[in-house]
Every structure is written in C-alpha cells, then in structure tokens.
Design a protein. Sequence first.
Length: 268
Amino acid sequence: MISRAVRKAAVLVVLGIGALLPLSGCSVGQSQAATPPGQIDPSNPLDVGTQVTQSQWGPVGPADRLMLVKVALAGSWELPSGEMAQTMTSNPSVRLAGQHLIQGHTMLNKMNVQIAQQLGVTLPTKPLPEQQGFLTNMQQQRPGIDFDRAFVGPLRDQHGSVYQLLSQVRTGTRNSLIRDFANQCMATVLDHITVLEQTGLVNYSALNSPTAPPVTPVTTAAQITSNNNSSIGVFIIAALMAGLAILVPILRRGGSSGKRRAGSAIPE
C-alpha cells in the first residue's frame, strides 16, 4: 500500500509542477510552422502573401519580400525623377540630387533583380498609381522652382517611409542575403535623403512627425523580490500537498489495521 501511495503522490507532484511552471516564469518553446500560402491579389504588388519559404540564406518571410518589392517600386519612379531633374532645373543642388537618384537606383535595381531571382520573389515593373502621379505632376511643372518643389517634396517624404521599412527588416530578418541588401539600401536611401535636404527645399512641417514607442514598465528590485517570494511560497505549498498525499494513505492504512486487530481479539 505504501508504494501505491508514493506513486500517487509522485503523479500529484508532477501535475502540480506542470501547473506551477507558468507562475514561476518558465515556458516551453514551441516551433512555429510556416504559414500556409493564402490567396493574394495579383493586381496589388504590395500583397506579398503570408507564407514563409526556405532558402540557403535562411527563411524568406512577408517582410523580406515586401522590402524587395518596395525597393523595386522606388526605383521605378525615383530613377526617372532623377533623369527629369537633369533638364528641368537650373538649381545645381537639385540636379546633384537627381544624379544621386540615378546612380543609387541603377545599382539597387540590379542587385534587387538578382536577389529576387535567388529567393523566388516576383518584382513589379511599373510604379504604383500614386508614384506615377508624382512623375506626372513633375512633368506638368514649369522648369525651375516649380519643378524643384514638385521634385523634392514627394521624394523626401517617400524616402523617409521606405527607410523605416528597411530598418525594421534589417533588425529582424532571419535571411542573410536580405540582411546584407538592407544594409546597402539603407546607406543609399540615407544618401538620397541627405542630398534632397541639402537643396533647402524640404518642408519639414509637412513630414510625418516621429512618435515615441509606448512606455515600457521598469521592474523594480522590490517587485523582483516579491515575485521570487511568491514563487517560493507556491512551491512550499506544493511540497506540503505532496507530503499530505503520502501521509494520508499511510495513516488510513494504520487506522484500518488497528480496527481489524481489535475485532479479532478473543474475549475473556
């Protein structure tokens, strides 16, 4: 009977520890399977799906594909913008910014096509309607200051947006090829931002204001001590419960044996 009680107590202890693990801050890691391919909109180049594919450089997730697509879209209208600036302005700083756009996106486009082929990503070949609208607006401006403003405004705004995406992908990607390309893209985009700002035509008040992330609570020493004490208390209670699970069957066994001996005594 004692061995059965011990086995029962052991089962209770295992169950109790399993229930207490989350309370003590322990967790069991789970492998996350790749998201199965879903339906995507073929008419929307920004719809890159949710699936995760594998390559020799590491997994390729939605953010990785979106980065390649965004770089291709940027080149599809920013490079022509730079070419336009060579004939539509008399401002040397605007013309220089255009030259940087031509050089930078010529290089990035070549790298992007090669990486996309290696990772099995389809790239768009024409600008989005909004981006085509930027080009059309530049073409409709009179050469000089009107063109300069139509050139600098949207280019500085769009470079800021793509830089944010690049930094996010660079920070978290698991793909070494994407990581290296993101480094090159960030350096190029930052160069373009710099030369656009050097024209003196950037309207900073029209740019999206940066927002601070939510405040993260800081765990104090007192809270750590309290949490540790709580965990210790929980395990003490579990140990007491396990002890009772062993003792109660033994005591019951002893009590029932005494009754049987008293009933079998021969009266005098």
